[in-house]
Write a protein that binds this ligand. Structure first.
Ligand code: GLC
Length: 520
């Protein structure tokens, strides 16, 4: 039996997140766009990823960088037009890649025609497409909930005398997924893009899909410290992970299953491992890949990592496919979290664990957080809660394709500063066989050649001192992975031919920060 014919592409594929504002600007306005992505597709083919997920490109007032959608079925002029989208989509297919878009179901923009209508009056047709509640007798908000970006989750609308709910900014009113008409309209949005050849969605902020104000106040968080940000001062038990989300997840999956081959749904969920596992659905009938962010929160030491990997694998429902994420547009860059010298080790871990990996653009270049001067801040989170390191601009800076002004990213002024160091530029790294980019290409090529790294079993996950090691086995072929997270050289557990090393050394002790894949 060959597995190949029966496995969906995403089990062996690597997903690459494109943050469109910062990938490539083709117009000179300093902001990346769809035509820019099309022009730079060769980079992704050369790199060896299989699918791209593009963060939101829909019409938006851009209060939250496009995660405030004013029309789910069009393209924001900043990024191009529907024709540009068609052209990009065709080019992606020609390049042999899959295309995932970002579906933002939990809230729209306050400029979406649905919300404009809903706020007209209490009897407006679409009033119930959003979540409205009366003030408490003293006029205060219906619950004590705090929004992700600080402040109450409730904004008063004086004209109709009620508060509306928003888990994020006031300009991002929460959609009411308990309303069947709203749900039907959102499923049609999915079909709109599936009909245009989109291979799947990354589904935004899923744990927030069905907040339940009728459950009342959230309890205070006894472990809260200020650096966690205001939203974490309470435990959001009545906002997040409400059980009804699962029914909506099943409906979304049914829509995905109307297509052949079935479309992929990747869920963005922050929560405990136990909460996460529920999003696969009871019979694998919800999200094929609920994002696993454990590596984003991880302690980078061998023993805790080994324990974390084993616990995640053990918690997976029977037959569920794992996945791993190292970074995204919301979290500090991996190279900044664990140090540039360790970023290769992290890439080797991501690309050799069992499960679909998602890479964030620029991590293949070892990009680091770029300091943003106060006057250049764009992220509303940083504006609302300044100076605490919550802002996300440092991880959203444009890719440097070349060295020099504009960095081959733009002919204009980039919307965020570009890291000026020549060593992070694609051009520089292409010319260097030892660059981070070259390392990623080699690693991705190895992953493609060796089924053990994609479809293989994962066994022997353990730590010896500061060396994390495990095996991947498929049809009699076993590869061993050894990663030295320590500060000193350590014996390489296991023997065999070294297929790739972070440091280029193939025998002897593992240097500090060195990882190897061995064929056994
Ligand atoms: C998700 C996005 C984030 C956005 C938020 C609200 O977490 O990744 O960027 O701010 O949802 O839509």
């Amino acid at each position: 039996m060959t597995h190949q014919a029966t496995q969906p592409w995403w089990k062996e594929g690597v997903i690459y997140q494109i943050y469109p504002r910062s990938f490539m600007d083709s117009t000179g306005d300093g902001i990346g766009d769809l035509e820019g992505i099309r022009q730079r597709l060769p980079h992704l083919v050369d790199l060896g990823v299989d699918a791209i997920w593009i963060s939101p490109i829909f019409p938006s007032p851009m209060k939250d960088a496009g995660y405030d959608v004013a029309d789910y079925c069009d393209i924001d002029p900043l990024f191009g037009s529907l024709e540009d989208f068609e052209r990009l989509s065709a080019a992606v297919k020609d390049a042999g890649l899959k295309l995932l878009l970002d579906f933002v179901p939990s809230h729209s923009s306050d400029q979406h025609p649905w919300f404009l209508e809903a706020r007209q009056s209490r009897d407006a047709d679409k009033r119930d497409w959003y979540i409205w509640r009366d003030p408490l007798p003293d006029g205060s908000p219906p619950t004590n909930w705090i929004s992700e970006f600080a402040g109450s989750t409730w904004t008063f609308h004086p004209e109709t005398g009620q508060y509306y709910l928003h888990v994020f900014l006031p300009e991002q009113p929460a959609l009411n997924w308990r309303n069947p008409e709203l749900r039907a309209a959102m499923y049609d949005v999915m079909r709109f893009w599936f009909d245009r050849g989109v291979d799947g969605f990354r589904v935004d902020a899923l744990e927030n899909l069905m907040p339940n104000p009728d459950l009342g106040d959230n309890p205070p968080n006894p472990d809260w410290v200020e650096s966690m940000g205001p939203a974490r001062s309470h435990l959001p038990v009545n906002i997040k992970h409400q059980p009804e989300i699962l029914a909506a997840g099943r409906d979304m999956r049914s829509v995905a299953n109307e297509y052949d081959p079935e479309r992929l749904l990747v869920g963005e969920i922050y929560g405990t491992t136990e909460q996460l596992m529920k999003y696969y659905g009871e019979n694998h009938d919800a999200f094929q890949l609920p994002f696993n962010f454990l590596l984003i929160e991880a302690v980078w030491q061998a023993e805790p990592l080994a324990g974390m990997i084993r616990a995640y694998e053990a918690a997976l429902p029977e037959g569920a496919w794992p996945n791993w994420v190292l970074g995204n547009h919301d979290r500090p860059r991996i190279a900044s979290r664990i140090g540039a010298g360790r970023a290769r080790l992290a890439a080797m871990l991501l690309l050799t664990l069992r499960g679909t990996p998602t890479m964030y653009q620029g991590d293949e270049l070892g990009m680091e957080n770029v300091p943003i001067p106060p006057e250049a801040v764009q992220d509303p989170w940083e504006r609302n809660v300044p100076g605490q390191g919550l802002g996300r601009d440092p991880v959203r800076t444009p890719i440097a394709w070349e060295t020099g002004p504009g960095a081959g990213f733009t002919t204009g002024t980039p919307w965020l500063p570009i890291d000026p160091r020549p060593e992070v530029a694609v051009e520089t790294q292409q010319a260097d066989p030892h660059s981070m980019l070259a390392f990623h290409k080699a690693l991705l090529a190895l992953r493609k050649r060796e089924k053990a790294l994609t479809l293989g079993d994962l066994t022997g996950v353990d730590a010896t001192g500061e060396v994390l090691h495990y095996r991947r086995t498929h049809q009699g072929r076993t590869l061993a992975v050894a990663l030295n997270l320590g500060e000193t050289a350590a014996p390489c557990p296991g023997t065999g031919d070294c297929l790739i090393s972070t440091h280029g050394t193939t025998t002897g002790d593992l240097a500090p920060g060195e990882g190897r894949v061995l064929a056994q």
